[in-house]
Design a binder for this molecule. Sequence first.
Ligand code: UDP
Length: 472
Amino acid sequence: MTTTTTTKQPPHVLVFPYPALGHTLPLLDLTHQLSLHNLTITILTTPKNLPTVSPLLSTHPQIHTLVLPFPSHPLIPAGVENVKELGNSGNLAIIAASTKLSEPITLWFKSHTNPPVAIISDFFLGWTQHLAQHLNIRGFAFYPSAAFFAGILNYCWGNLESVKVLDVVDFVDLPRSPSFKEEHLPSVFRKYRESDPDCQLVKDSLVANKLSYGFIFNSFESLEGEYLGFLKREFGHERVYAVGPINLLGPESTDRGNPVTDSSGNVFKWLDGCPDESVLYVCFGSQKLLNKKQMEALADGLEKSMVRFIWVVKTGTAQQVEDGYGVVPDGFDERLAGRGLVIRGWAPQVKILSHRAVGWFLSHCGWNSMLEGIVAGAMILAWPMEADQFIDARLLVEELGAGVGACEGTATVPDSEELAKVIGESMSEKGAGVKMKAKELRRKALEAVKEGGSSLNDLNGLIEELCKLKIQ
Ligand code: UDP
Protein backbone atom coordinates (compact mmCIF):
# COMPACT_ATOMS: atom_id res chain seq x y z
CA MET A 1 0.00 0.00 0.00
CA THR A 2 1.09 3.61 -0.43
CA THR A 3 3.01 5.13 2.44
CA THR A 4 3.39 8.66 3.68
CA THR A 5 7.12 9.08 3.30
CA THR A 6 8.13 12.19 1.39
CA THR A 7 9.96 11.60 -1.87
CA LYS A 8 12.42 13.90 -3.63
CA GLN A 9 11.01 13.25 -7.09
CA PRO A 10 7.76 15.07 -7.81
CA PRO A 11 4.95 12.53 -7.60
CA HIS A 12 3.43 11.25 -10.82
CA VAL A 13 -0.35 11.58 -10.98
CA LEU A 14 -2.68 10.14 -13.59
CA VAL A 15 -5.61 12.45 -14.36
CA PHE A 16 -8.66 10.88 -15.96
CA PRO A 17 -11.38 13.34 -17.07
CA TYR A 18 -14.87 12.16 -18.00
CA PRO A 19 -15.69 12.95 -21.65
CA ALA A 20 -18.39 15.57 -21.12
CA LEU A 21 -17.33 19.21 -21.28
CA GLY A 22 -18.94 20.17 -17.98
CA HIS A 23 -16.80 17.46 -16.36
CA THR A 24 -13.60 17.76 -18.39
CA LEU A 25 -13.05 21.53 -18.25
CA PRO A 26 -12.92 21.92 -14.46
CA LEU A 27 -10.67 18.87 -14.09
CA LEU A 28 -8.32 20.39 -16.65
CA ASP A 29 -8.34 23.59 -14.59
CA LEU A 30 -7.30 21.54 -11.58
CA THR A 31 -4.62 19.81 -13.65
CA HIS A 32 -3.29 23.22 -14.61
CA GLN A 33 -2.87 23.99 -10.90
CA LEU A 34 -1.20 20.67 -10.16
CA SER A 35 1.19 21.24 -13.02
CA LEU A 36 2.09 24.70 -11.67
CA HIS A 37 3.08 22.91 -8.47
CA ASN A 38 5.56 20.78 -10.28
CA LEU A 39 3.75 17.44 -10.16
CA THR A 40 4.42 14.99 -12.98
CA ILE A 41 1.14 14.54 -14.76
CA THR A 42 -0.29 12.20 -17.34
CA ILE A 43 -3.75 12.92 -18.72
CA LEU A 44 -5.75 10.01 -20.01
CA THR A 45 -7.89 10.80 -23.02
CA THR A 46 -9.17 9.34 -26.28
CA PRO A 47 -8.35 10.58 -29.82
CA LYS A 48 -11.49 12.67 -30.39
CA ASN A 49 -11.22 14.28 -26.95
CA LEU A 50 -7.60 15.26 -27.39
CA PRO A 51 -8.45 18.72 -28.87
CA THR A 52 -10.10 19.71 -25.57
CA VAL A 53 -6.88 18.86 -23.75
CA SER A 54 -4.59 20.51 -26.32
CA PRO A 55 -4.70 24.11 -24.98
CA LEU A 56 -3.58 22.84 -21.58
CA LEU A 57 -0.80 20.85 -23.22
CA SER A 58 0.40 23.97 -25.01
CA THR A 59 0.56 25.82 -21.70
CA HIS A 60 2.29 22.89 -19.97
CA PRO A 61 4.32 20.94 -22.54
CA GLN A 62 5.67 18.81 -19.68
CA ILE A 63 2.24 17.17 -19.21
CA HIS A 64 2.15 13.70 -20.74
CA THR A 65 -0.84 12.13 -22.42
CA LEU A 66 -2.06 8.59 -22.44
CA VAL A 67 -4.31 8.39 -25.51
CA LEU A 68 -6.29 5.16 -25.57
CA PRO A 69 -8.80 4.16 -28.26
CA PHE A 70 -12.38 4.83 -27.18
CA PRO A 71 -13.93 1.42 -26.38
CA SER A 72 -16.81 0.41 -28.63
CA HIS A 73 -20.34 0.12 -27.31
CA PRO A 74 -23.50 -0.94 -29.19
CA LEU A 75 -25.33 2.27 -28.25
CA ILE A 76 -22.54 4.66 -29.19
CA PRO A 77 -22.18 5.46 -32.90
CA ALA A 78 -18.67 4.92 -34.28
CA GLY A 79 -16.60 8.07 -33.93
CA VAL A 80 -18.58 9.44 -30.99
CA GLU A 81 -16.46 9.82 -27.86
CA ASN A 82 -18.15 12.60 -25.93
CA VAL A 83 -21.49 13.11 -24.20
CA LYS A 84 -21.96 16.40 -26.04
CA GLU A 85 -22.82 14.40 -29.15
CA LEU A 86 -25.36 12.23 -27.36
CA GLY A 87 -26.96 14.49 -24.76
CA ASN A 88 -27.48 13.56 -21.13
CA SER A 89 -28.99 10.16 -21.98
CA GLY A 90 -25.64 9.12 -23.47
CA ASN A 91 -24.00 9.01 -20.06
CA LEU A 92 -24.98 5.43 -19.26
CA ALA A 93 -23.37 4.02 -22.40
CA ILE A 94 -20.29 6.23 -22.12
CA ILE A 95 -19.69 5.24 -18.48
CA ALA A 96 -20.27 1.57 -19.33
CA ALA A 97 -17.87 1.76 -22.30
CA SER A 98 -15.22 3.51 -20.21
CA THR A 99 -14.93 0.54 -17.84
CA LYS A 100 -13.24 -1.36 -20.69
CA LEU A 101 -10.25 0.95 -20.30
CA SER A 102 -9.24 -0.76 -17.06
CA GLU A 103 -7.07 -3.32 -18.82
CA PRO A 104 -5.14 -0.96 -21.14
CA ILE A 105 -4.51 1.37 -18.19
CA THR A 106 -3.15 -1.54 -16.16
CA LEU A 107 -0.84 -2.56 -19.02
CA TRP A 108 0.43 1.01 -19.37
CA PHE A 109 0.94 1.28 -15.62
CA LYS A 110 2.89 -1.99 -15.41
CA SER A 111 5.18 -1.03 -18.26
CA HIS A 112 5.90 2.48 -16.93
CA THR A 113 9.32 3.22 -15.43
CA ASN A 114 7.84 5.84 -13.09
CA PRO A 115 4.20 4.80 -12.69
CA PRO A 116 1.72 7.15 -11.00
CA VAL A 117 1.27 7.13 -7.23
CA ALA A 118 -2.28 8.41 -7.52
CA ILE A 119 -5.13 8.67 -9.95
CA ILE A 120 -7.50 11.62 -9.93
CA SER A 121 -10.57 10.64 -11.87
CA ASP A 122 -13.99 12.08 -12.42
CA PHE A 123 -16.62 10.57 -10.11
CA PHE A 124 -18.50 9.20 -13.15
CA LEU A 125 -15.42 6.99 -13.57
CA GLY A 126 -15.69 5.60 -10.04
CA TRP A 127 -14.67 2.15 -11.30
CA THR A 128 -11.12 3.54 -11.30
CA GLN A 129 -11.22 3.36 -7.49
CA HIS A 130 -11.18 -0.46 -7.82
CA LEU A 131 -8.34 -0.08 -10.29
CA ALA A 132 -6.42 2.15 -7.88
CA GLN A 133 -6.75 -0.47 -5.17
CA HIS A 134 -5.63 -3.18 -7.58
CA LEU A 135 -2.58 -1.11 -8.56
CA ASN A 136 -1.85 -0.22 -4.94
CA ILE A 137 -2.10 3.51 -5.53
CA ARG A 138 -4.34 6.20 -4.08
CA GLY A 139 -7.58 7.12 -5.84
CA PHE A 140 -9.06 10.61 -5.65
CA ALA A 141 -12.60 11.24 -6.89
CA PHE A 142 -13.11 14.56 -8.63
CA TYR A 143 -16.61 16.05 -8.48
CA PRO A 144 -17.32 18.86 -10.97
CA SER A 145 -20.50 19.25 -8.97
CA ALA A 146 -21.85 20.20 -5.57
CA ALA A 147 -21.16 18.48 -2.26
CA PHE A 148 -24.92 18.78 -1.73
CA PHE A 149 -25.43 16.72 -4.89
CA ALA A 150 -22.87 14.11 -3.77
CA GLY A 151 -24.71 13.75 -0.45
CA ILE A 152 -28.04 13.21 -2.27
CA LEU A 153 -26.56 10.76 -4.78
CA ASN A 154 -24.79 8.71 -2.12
CA TYR A 155 -28.02 8.48 -0.16
CA CYS A 156 -29.93 7.35 -3.25
CA TRP A 157 -27.52 4.51 -4.00
CA GLY A 158 -27.21 3.55 -0.36
CA ASN A 159 -31.01 3.26 -0.04
CA LEU A 160 -31.82 2.14 -3.56
CA GLU A 161 -34.71 -0.18 -2.69
CA SER A 162 -36.61 2.30 -0.58
CA VAL A 163 -35.84 5.41 -2.65
CA LYS A 164 -36.88 3.97 -6.00
CA VAL A 165 -40.49 3.39 -4.92
CA LEU A 166 -41.01 6.89 -3.49
CA ASP A 167 -42.59 9.86 -5.26
CA VAL A 168 -40.95 12.25 -2.82
CA VAL A 169 -37.74 11.45 -1.01
CA ASP A 170 -36.90 12.97 2.37
CA PHE A 171 -33.16 13.16 2.89
CA VAL A 172 -33.42 13.25 6.64
CA ASP A 173 -29.70 12.65 7.26
CA LEU A 174 -28.61 15.66 5.24
CA PRO A 175 -28.34 19.18 6.69
CA ARG A 176 -31.77 20.88 6.58
CA SER A 177 -33.39 17.50 5.71
CA PRO A 178 -34.30 18.44 2.14
CA SER A 179 -37.06 16.68 0.19
CA PHE A 180 -36.96 16.09 -3.55
CA LYS A 181 -39.61 14.83 -5.92
CA GLU A 182 -38.61 11.69 -7.79
CA GLU A 183 -38.37 13.60 -11.07
CA HIS A 184 -35.85 15.98 -9.52
CA LEU A 185 -33.42 13.28 -8.37
CA PRO A 186 -30.09 12.92 -10.23
CA SER A 187 -30.70 11.57 -13.76
CA VAL A 188 -27.94 9.03 -13.43
CA PHE A 189 -29.90 7.49 -10.54
CA ARG A 190 -33.35 7.88 -12.10
CA LYS A 191 -32.24 6.00 -15.21
CA TYR A 192 -31.17 2.97 -13.19
CA ARG A 193 -32.86 -0.28 -14.28
CA GLU A 194 -31.85 -3.41 -12.43
CA SER A 195 -32.10 -5.60 -15.53
CA ASP A 196 -29.83 -3.39 -17.66
CA PRO A 197 -26.15 -4.44 -17.52
CA ASP A 198 -25.02 -0.88 -18.40
CA CYS A 199 -26.96 0.41 -15.41
CA GLN A 200 -25.24 -2.12 -13.18
CA LEU A 201 -21.84 -0.89 -14.37
CA VAL A 202 -22.89 2.70 -13.76
CA LYS A 203 -24.22 1.94 -10.30
CA ASP A 204 -21.09 -0.02 -9.33
CA SER A 205 -18.96 2.78 -10.67
CA LEU A 206 -20.73 5.50 -8.72
CA VAL A 207 -20.89 3.48 -5.53
CA ALA A 208 -17.17 2.67 -5.79
CA ASN A 209 -16.37 6.34 -5.21
CA LYS A 210 -16.73 5.69 -1.51
CA LEU A 211 -13.45 3.75 -1.74
CA SER A 212 -11.66 6.96 -2.73
CA TYR A 213 -8.80 8.08 -0.56
CA GLY A 214 -9.74 11.70 -1.15
CA PHE A 215 -12.57 13.75 -2.65
CA ILE A 216 -12.15 16.94 -4.62
CA PHE A 217 -15.03 19.35 -5.23
CA ASN A 218 -15.28 22.32 -7.54
CA SER A 219 -17.04 24.18 -4.76
CA PHE A 220 -16.15 26.41 -1.87
CA GLU A 221 -16.67 26.52 1.85
CA SER A 222 -18.93 29.57 2.08
CA LEU A 223 -21.14 28.25 -0.72
CA GLU A 224 -21.92 24.91 0.86
CA GLY A 225 -19.82 24.42 3.97
CA GLU A 226 -22.66 22.55 5.65
CA TYR A 227 -22.66 19.87 2.98
CA LEU A 228 -18.88 19.62 2.81
CA GLY A 229 -18.89 19.11 6.59
CA PHE A 230 -21.59 16.49 6.22
CA LEU A 231 -19.50 14.55 3.68
CA LYS A 232 -16.43 14.66 5.95
CA ARG A 233 -18.51 13.08 8.69
CA GLU A 234 -19.93 10.53 6.25
CA PHE A 235 -16.52 9.54 4.87
CA GLY A 236 -14.96 9.62 8.32
CA HIS A 237 -11.93 11.72 7.34
CA GLU A 238 -10.91 15.24 6.39
CA ARG A 239 -9.62 14.54 2.89
CA VAL A 240 -12.50 16.40 1.26
CA TYR A 241 -11.03 19.28 -0.70
CA ALA A 242 -13.23 22.15 -1.91
CA VAL A 243 -11.03 23.97 -4.41
CA GLY A 244 -13.56 25.98 -6.37
CA PRO A 245 -14.21 27.99 -8.37
CA ILE A 246 -11.23 26.15 -9.83
CA ASN A 247 -10.86 28.28 -12.94
CA LEU A 248 -10.29 31.30 -10.73
CA LEU A 249 -7.42 29.71 -8.86
CA GLY A 250 -5.05 30.19 -11.73
CA PRO A 251 -4.39 32.72 -14.44
CA GLU A 252 -7.44 33.70 -16.41
CA SER A 253 -8.69 30.78 -18.47
CA THR A 254 -11.67 32.39 -20.08
CA ASP A 255 -12.07 30.19 -23.11
CA ARG A 256 -11.86 27.00 -21.08
CA GLY A 257 -10.00 25.10 -23.76
CA ASN A 258 -12.41 25.88 -26.52
CA PRO A 259 -12.01 27.83 -29.69
CA VAL A 260 -13.46 31.31 -29.75
CA THR A 261 -15.63 31.51 -32.84
CA ASP A 262 -15.39 34.36 -35.34
CA SER A 263 -18.73 35.71 -34.26
CA SER A 264 -17.37 36.27 -30.73
CA GLY A 265 -15.71 39.50 -31.84
CA ASN A 266 -19.12 40.91 -32.74
CA VAL A 267 -20.51 39.81 -29.41
CA PHE A 268 -17.98 41.81 -27.44
CA LYS A 269 -18.32 44.79 -29.72
CA TRP A 270 -22.05 44.70 -29.12
CA LEU A 271 -21.61 44.25 -25.36
CA ASP A 272 -19.20 47.18 -25.24
CA GLY A 273 -22.01 49.37 -26.53
CA CYS A 274 -24.46 48.26 -23.82
CA PRO A 275 -24.86 50.01 -20.45
CA ASP A 276 -23.49 48.31 -17.31
CA GLU A 277 -25.59 45.41 -16.06
CA SER A 278 -28.23 45.64 -18.73
CA VAL A 279 -27.95 42.30 -20.51
CA LEU A 280 -29.45 38.87 -19.82
CA TYR A 281 -27.26 35.96 -20.92
CA VAL A 282 -29.17 32.81 -21.88
CA CYS A 283 -27.44 29.45 -22.21
CA PHE A 284 -28.24 25.89 -21.18
CA GLY A 285 -24.81 24.30 -21.09
CA SER A 286 -22.91 22.09 -23.44
CA GLN A 287 -25.46 19.33 -24.00
CA LYS A 288 -29.03 20.54 -23.93
CA LEU A 289 -30.94 21.14 -27.16
CA LEU A 290 -34.36 22.69 -26.71
CA ASN A 291 -37.20 21.26 -28.77
CA LYS A 292 -39.22 23.27 -31.28
CA LYS A 293 -41.96 24.35 -28.85
CA GLN A 294 -39.43 25.31 -26.19
CA MET A 295 -37.44 27.32 -28.72
CA GLU A 296 -40.58 29.17 -29.80
CA ALA A 297 -41.70 29.88 -26.24
CA LEU A 298 -38.27 31.08 -25.18
CA ALA A 299 -37.94 33.29 -28.26
CA ASP A 300 -41.37 34.72 -27.54
CA GLY A 301 -40.56 35.24 -23.86
CA LEU A 302 -37.34 37.06 -24.68
CA GLU A 303 -39.10 39.24 -27.21
CA LYS A 304 -41.90 40.14 -24.78
CA SER A 305 -39.51 40.80 -21.89
CA MET A 306 -38.21 43.90 -23.68
CA VAL A 307 -34.74 43.36 -22.18
CA ARG A 308 -31.34 43.17 -23.86
CA PHE A 309 -30.09 39.62 -24.20
CA ILE A 310 -27.56 37.19 -25.62
CA TRP A 311 -29.02 33.78 -26.40
CA VAL A 312 -26.64 30.90 -27.01
CA VAL A 313 -28.23 28.22 -29.14
CA LYS A 314 -26.49 24.89 -29.39
CA THR A 315 -26.79 23.48 -32.89
CA GLY A 316 -27.92 19.92 -33.47
CA THR A 317 -27.40 17.30 -36.16
CA ALA A 318 -29.14 17.66 -39.53
CA GLN A 319 -31.90 15.35 -38.30
CA GLN A 320 -32.36 17.31 -35.07
CA VAL A 321 -32.54 20.56 -37.01
CA GLU A 322 -35.15 19.03 -39.30
CA ASP A 323 -37.16 18.10 -36.20
CA GLY A 324 -36.93 21.69 -34.93
CA TYR A 325 -34.40 21.10 -32.13
CA GLY A 326 -32.30 24.17 -31.54
CA VAL A 327 -33.97 26.08 -34.35
CA VAL A 328 -34.53 29.79 -33.72
CA PRO A 329 -37.91 30.88 -35.15
CA ASP A 330 -37.68 32.56 -38.55
CA GLY A 331 -37.19 36.31 -38.50
CA PHE A 332 -36.29 36.42 -34.79
CA ASP A 333 -32.71 37.63 -35.25
CA GLU A 334 -33.73 40.37 -37.66
CA ARG A 335 -36.67 41.58 -35.57
CA LEU A 336 -34.62 41.76 -32.38
CA ALA A 337 -31.42 43.06 -33.96
CA GLY A 338 -29.89 45.70 -31.72
CA ARG A 339 -31.69 44.52 -28.58
CA GLY A 340 -30.68 40.89 -28.68
CA LEU A 341 -27.99 38.67 -30.13
CA VAL A 342 -28.16 34.97 -30.95
CA ILE A 343 -24.92 32.96 -30.85
CA ARG A 344 -25.20 29.64 -32.65
CA GLY A 345 -22.80 26.97 -31.44
CA TRP A 346 -20.21 27.51 -28.76
CA ALA A 347 -19.97 30.81 -26.88
CA PRO A 348 -17.06 32.03 -24.72
CA GLN A 349 -19.35 31.87 -21.71
CA VAL A 350 -16.96 32.81 -18.92
CA LYS A 351 -15.78 35.83 -20.84
CA ILE A 352 -19.29 36.96 -21.72
CA LEU A 353 -20.50 36.57 -18.15
CA SER A 354 -17.61 38.61 -16.87
CA HIS A 355 -18.39 41.53 -19.20
CA ARG A 356 -19.61 44.55 -17.23
CA ALA A 357 -22.77 44.76 -19.37
CA VAL A 358 -24.02 41.30 -18.35
CA GLY A 359 -25.94 41.13 -15.09
CA TRP A 360 -28.41 38.25 -15.40
CA PHE A 361 -28.17 34.66 -16.52
CA LEU A 362 -31.03 32.37 -17.57
CA SER A 363 -29.39 29.02 -16.89
CA HIS A 364 -30.12 25.31 -16.64
CA CYS A 365 -28.02 25.37 -13.45
CA GLY A 366 -25.35 22.97 -14.57
CA TRP A 367 -22.82 23.29 -11.77
CA ASN A 368 -20.15 24.96 -13.91
CA SER A 369 -22.60 27.50 -15.24
CA MET A 370 -23.82 28.19 -11.76
CA LEU A 371 -20.33 28.80 -10.45
CA GLU A 372 -19.48 30.95 -13.45
CA GLY A 373 -22.65 32.99 -12.90
CA ILE A 374 -21.84 33.37 -9.21
CA VAL A 375 -18.31 34.50 -9.97
CA ALA A 376 -19.66 37.09 -12.38
CA GLY A 377 -22.10 38.37 -9.76
CA ALA A 378 -24.90 37.62 -12.21
CA MET A 379 -28.32 36.92 -10.83
CA ILE A 380 -29.34 33.50 -12.05
CA LEU A 381 -32.82 32.77 -13.37
CA ALA A 382 -32.99 29.05 -12.89
CA TRP A 383 -34.45 26.59 -15.35
CA PRO A 384 -33.20 23.23 -14.06
CA MET A 385 -33.85 20.38 -16.46
CA GLU A 386 -32.06 17.18 -15.50
CA ALA A 387 -28.87 15.65 -14.02
CA ASP A 388 -27.86 17.53 -10.82
CA GLN A 389 -29.58 20.74 -11.87
CA PHE A 390 -32.61 20.61 -9.56
CA ILE A 391 -30.27 20.17 -6.60
CA ASP A 392 -28.05 23.05 -7.72
CA ALA A 393 -31.07 25.28 -8.26
CA ARG A 394 -32.41 24.39 -4.80
CA LEU A 395 -29.15 25.45 -3.21
CA LEU A 396 -29.04 28.73 -5.09
CA VAL A 397 -32.66 29.80 -5.07
CA GLU A 398 -34.11 28.40 -1.85
CA GLU A 399 -31.15 28.01 0.45
CA LEU A 400 -29.00 30.96 -0.56
CA GLY A 401 -31.70 33.25 -1.98
CA ALA A 402 -29.25 34.34 -4.67
CA GLY A 403 -31.34 33.35 -7.71
CA VAL A 404 -34.96 32.99 -8.80
CA GLY A 405 -36.90 30.17 -10.43
CA ALA A 406 -37.84 30.75 -14.08
CA CYS A 407 -39.04 27.34 -15.27
CA GLU A 408 -38.30 23.68 -14.58
CA GLY A 409 -38.19 20.40 -16.45
CA THR A 410 -36.35 19.05 -19.44
CA ALA A 411 -39.35 19.03 -21.77
CA THR A 412 -41.38 21.80 -20.17
CA VAL A 413 -42.57 24.49 -22.54
CA PRO A 414 -42.64 27.71 -20.55
CA ASP A 415 -45.52 30.12 -20.80
CA SER A 416 -43.90 32.97 -22.69
CA GLU A 417 -45.90 35.65 -20.84
CA GLU A 418 -44.81 34.28 -17.49
CA LEU A 419 -41.24 33.87 -18.61
CA ALA A 420 -41.19 37.46 -19.85
CA LYS A 421 -42.58 38.58 -16.48
CA VAL A 422 -39.95 36.70 -14.44
CA ILE A 423 -37.21 38.12 -16.65
CA GLY A 424 -38.60 41.65 -16.55
CA GLU A 425 -39.10 41.62 -12.76
CA SER A 426 -35.70 40.11 -12.05
CA MET A 427 -34.05 42.80 -14.09
CA SER A 428 -36.05 45.58 -12.44
CA GLU A 429 -36.07 47.04 -8.91
CA LYS A 430 -38.15 44.03 -7.84
CA GLY A 431 -35.12 41.80 -8.23
CA ALA A 432 -32.76 44.10 -6.35
CA GLY A 433 -32.71 42.07 -3.11
CA VAL A 434 -31.78 38.83 -4.88
CA LYS A 435 -29.28 40.63 -7.07
CA MET A 436 -27.57 41.93 -3.95
CA LYS A 437 -27.25 38.39 -2.59
CA ALA A 438 -25.78 37.28 -5.91
CA LYS A 439 -23.13 39.98 -5.59
CA GLU A 440 -22.42 38.97 -2.01
CA LEU A 441 -21.88 35.40 -3.21
CA ARG A 442 -19.46 36.67 -5.83
CA ARG A 443 -17.48 38.40 -3.09
CA LYS A 444 -17.31 35.14 -1.13
CA ALA A 445 -16.23 33.17 -4.20
CA LEU A 446 -13.38 35.61 -4.86
CA GLU A 447 -12.38 35.49 -1.21
CA ALA A 448 -12.15 31.69 -1.30
CA VAL A 449 -9.51 31.69 -4.03
CA LYS A 450 -7.39 34.48 -2.54
CA GLU A 451 -4.28 33.95 -0.42
CA GLY A 452 -5.54 32.49 2.85
CA GLY A 453 -8.94 31.68 1.31
CA SER A 454 -10.56 28.31 1.93
CA SER A 455 -10.21 26.99 -1.64
CA LEU A 456 -6.56 27.92 -1.96
CA ASN A 457 -5.89 26.31 1.42
CA ASP A 458 -7.64 23.15 0.29
CA LEU A 459 -5.67 23.10 -2.95
CA ASN A 460 -2.45 23.36 -0.96
CA GLY A 461 -3.69 20.59 1.34
CA LEU A 462 -4.38 18.38 -1.65
CA ILE A 463 -0.96 19.02 -3.16
CA GLU A 464 0.71 18.28 0.17
CA GLU A 465 -1.18 15.02 0.39
CA LEU A 466 -0.15 14.05 -3.15
CA CYS A 467 3.46 14.92 -2.41
CA LYS A 468 3.48 12.51 0.52
CA LEU A 469 2.62 9.56 -1.66
CA LYS A 470 5.10 7.17 -3.09
CA ILE A 471 4.79 3.95 -5.01
CA GLN A 472 5.43 0.65 -3.26
N1 UDP B 1 -19.94 26.41 -22.15
C1 UDP B 1 -19.34 27.40 -22.89
N2 UDP B 1 -19.96 27.80 -24.03
C2 UDP B 1 -21.14 27.31 -24.45
C3 UDP B 1 -21.76 26.32 -23.66
C4 UDP B 1 -21.14 25.91 -22.52
O1 UDP B 1 -18.24 27.89 -22.56
O2 UDP B 1 -21.63 27.73 -25.48
C5 UDP B 1 -19.25 25.93 -20.94
C6 UDP B 1 -19.75 26.63 -19.71
O3 UDP B 1 -19.02 27.82 -19.49
C7 UDP B 1 -19.50 25.56 -18.65
C8 UDP B 1 -19.65 24.26 -19.40
O4 UDP B 1 -19.50 24.55 -20.77
O5 UDP B 1 -18.19 25.68 -18.15
C9 UDP B 1 -21.01 23.60 -19.20
O6 UDP B 1 -21.02 22.98 -17.96
P1 UDP B 1 -22.32 22.96 -17.06
O7 UDP B 1 -21.96 22.18 -15.82
O8 UDP B 1 -22.82 24.32 -16.83
O9 UDP B 1 -23.41 22.24 -17.91
P2 UDP B 1 -23.45 20.86 -18.74
O10 UDP B 1 -22.93 21.17 -20.08
O11 UDP B 1 -22.59 19.86 -17.99
O12 UDP B 1 -24.90 20.53 -18.75
